[in-house]
Design a protein around this ligand. Structure first.
Ligand code: NAP
Length: 247
């Protein structure tokens, strides 16, 4: 298996894309810390599924935008497994508003959950990776960080920042640690289910592949980037996006 013996942390792994990535990493032999915020039952279900398939996993509660929570989460994982080899920063939220009417609280929450979290978790995990001179960091950004979309200026800005972070950190921690981003197109998860029908219709009309994607069409990209197969990739943005963005 491609990730035998590796220890991975996936943030926001109780549902959606994070869950799919956690399960796919575990299928390749990684032990996986399944971070969740408010869905303990869902996180436990992911962990039980991995264990039932012969793998090893641990559910870890934390609001990844909260510094103390992040410290507690990382210590919990280090107590259990001693190190983290693969970090997938996936946790995120999506809200919608025209910018002219956007409350400051909505902007701030977006930056806190979708961007500050990536800084806090990465900073907590990096010292161990630097000391061992190995590690993989993957950010789940979005094609909207490249393309933008109406009513999602805050979301697009946070995701574009993750892409900037990917490129800058990739240079900072080279040559031993590889840092990459995945920028998915619209994927059928709870997040997309919450978007307005008008927005979904507009997005569908733009998509060359004429359908929204599935979680199983994103997770293999994370496995690839975490494995030896992805060893020559750093600072890259891979796009399972149905052709919506062709950089
Ligand atoms: P989702 O189904 O809504 O799941 C979101 C996950 O993030 C849940 O596991 C949730 O945990 C967790 N989470 C939210 N806030 C958190 C916090 N403060 N601390 C820790 N965990 C938190 O979303 P998704 O569609 O899978 O999206 C996952 C990532 O992919 C996000 O970064 C999103 O922006 C990105 N993305 C999604 C799409 C798409 O079309 N779906 C496209 C491009 C990029 P709890 O349930 O435990 O609260």
């Amino acid at each position: 298996m491609r990730l035998d013996g590796k220890i991975a942390l996936v943030t926001g792994a109780s549902r959606g894309i994070g869950r799919g990535i956690a399960e796919a990493l575990a299928q390749e032999g990684a032990k996986v810390a399944v971070n969740y915020f408010g869905s303990p039952e869902a996180a436990n279900e992911v962990v039980e599924g991995i264990i039932a398939s012969g793998g090893d996993a641990l559910a870890v509660q934390a609001d990844v935008s909260d510094e103390q929570d992040v410290t507690r989460m990382i210590n919990q994982i280090l107590d259990r497994w001693g190190r983290i080899d693969v970090l997938v920063n996936n946790a995120g939220i999506l809200t919608q508003s025209h910018l002219a009417e956007m409350p400051t609280t909505m902007w701030d929450e977006m930056m806190r959950v979708n961007l500050r979290s990536a800084f806090l978790v990465t900073r907590a995990v990096l010292p161990g990776m630097l000391a061992r001179k190995q590690g993989r960091i993957i950010y789940v950004a979005s094609q909207l960080g490249l393309k933008g979309a109406p009513d999602l200026v805050h979301y697009s800005a946070a995701k574009a920042a993750l892409i900037g972070m990917t490129r800058a950190l990739a240079r900072e921690v080279a040559p031993h640690i590889q840092v990459n981003a995945i920028a998915p197109g619209p994927i059928e998860t709870d997040m997309v289910a919450g978007i307005t029908d008008d927005w979904k219709a507009m997005k569908m009309a733009e998509l060359p592949l004429a359908r929204f994607g599935q979680v199983r069409e994103v997770a293999p990209t994370a496995v690839f980037l975490a494995s030896d197969d992805g060893a020559y990739y750093t600072g890259q943005v891979l796009g399972p996006n149905g052709g919506d963005v062709m950089p």
